[in-house]
Design a protein around this ligand. Sequence first.
Ligand SMILES: [Ca+2]
Ligand SMILES: [Ca+2]
Ligand SMILES: [Ca+2]
Length: 400
Amino acid sequence: MRRAGFVPVSALCLSLGVLLHGCQTESPMITLGLDDSYIVARMQKLFLEPAFEGDEYRWILERSDGTEVTLAVSRELIFVEAQAGVYHLRFELADSENPFTFNFTVNVVEEEVAYSRFISRVYDYCPAPGQFVNKMPWYDAGDSAEDMRRKAEEAIGGERNELISLGAYGGYVVFGFDHTVVNVDGVPDFMILGNAFYDEGEEEEKAGSCEPGIVEVSIDANGNGLPDDEWYELAGSDYNSPGTLKGYSIVYQAPVEGKAPVPSGRYITDAEYIRWDDSLGETGYVAKNIENSQCYYPLWLDCATLEFSGSRLPGNVEDVFGNGSYFKLHSFGWGYVDNHPNSEADLNSFDIGWAVDSFGMPVRLPGVDFIRVYTGVNQYCGRIGETSTEIGHARDLHVD
Ligand SMILES: [Ca+2]
Ligand SMILES: [Ca+2]
Ligand SMILES: [Ca+2]
């Protein structure tokens, strides 16, 4: 008796087709698994999925001006909009025997409690070794990873705007807002500020202290509130540059206690402080300098090695006089954090529309819940040390 309700998929599609086209008194929505109207707050995700499978799917937004936008060609749709209003959608299912179309509306309403435009949550803070690690934010003896996550959140959350350092290549932070950041077509969606500056007289060349961080985004596709979903890189100006590596990885060794330091010149107190090995077979060290004498390895992490991976931008430093007295870091065009002064709003803004998958193919994301930034170069500049991305602040450009 248990199996009485079992119907083969092809038969189900057939009966549904009959229902939709031949019998208006029945309620086909129940069988389809979609309602004819939905209500959802703006900047909140609506998850839609038909109850059965077809050969192809198409979710179409019909705009009031008569134009149409294909939102997705997958079985599932995550619908999210920045503006309140009634949205008319059409779902098309291609099936060899019984294709059909289903029209429905989504009423997007204002939120009940006004959203914040600023970061509300740091999910993860994991810097690579660096001269400002354990200082920005400050590590107190006994602090756990959760303590440091909270300190990072207190530093860059809301309007605080206190810098945190991501350390050398690969070090990262993951943060989000109290709502989904909507990908509004054709415009930037969020801004991230750091501490980059141009040196005096270098405004035209846009060079000085430019320490680019690569941005990745993710939507909470499984709806569990955690950043455990697929990540997509935002392809900045140098995504396709010949000097940019994809699938790069690096391993740092925790500093060896009691190891004799190897001083070098006036500023470097240990040129062989923290060793790294990368996927190119190259090796080097995060050196310790005279300005920062604390441990450079994240003290709250009880691990002998730290591994990071991602894309790697080409080095951007120029040793202007060839003697290590003046290092000038050239900015990249656009699409990176801590790469232009904060006064350059456009150059510190990011469009979710730049997202690409691991094959470099553009991905249409309706919005993002998680943003990850990691230091994008593996570069050492004598007495000024490793190049590390700093972040102080982020905001959703669609929330007032
Ligand atoms: Ca956008
Ligand atoms: Ca998730
Ligand atoms: Ca910086």
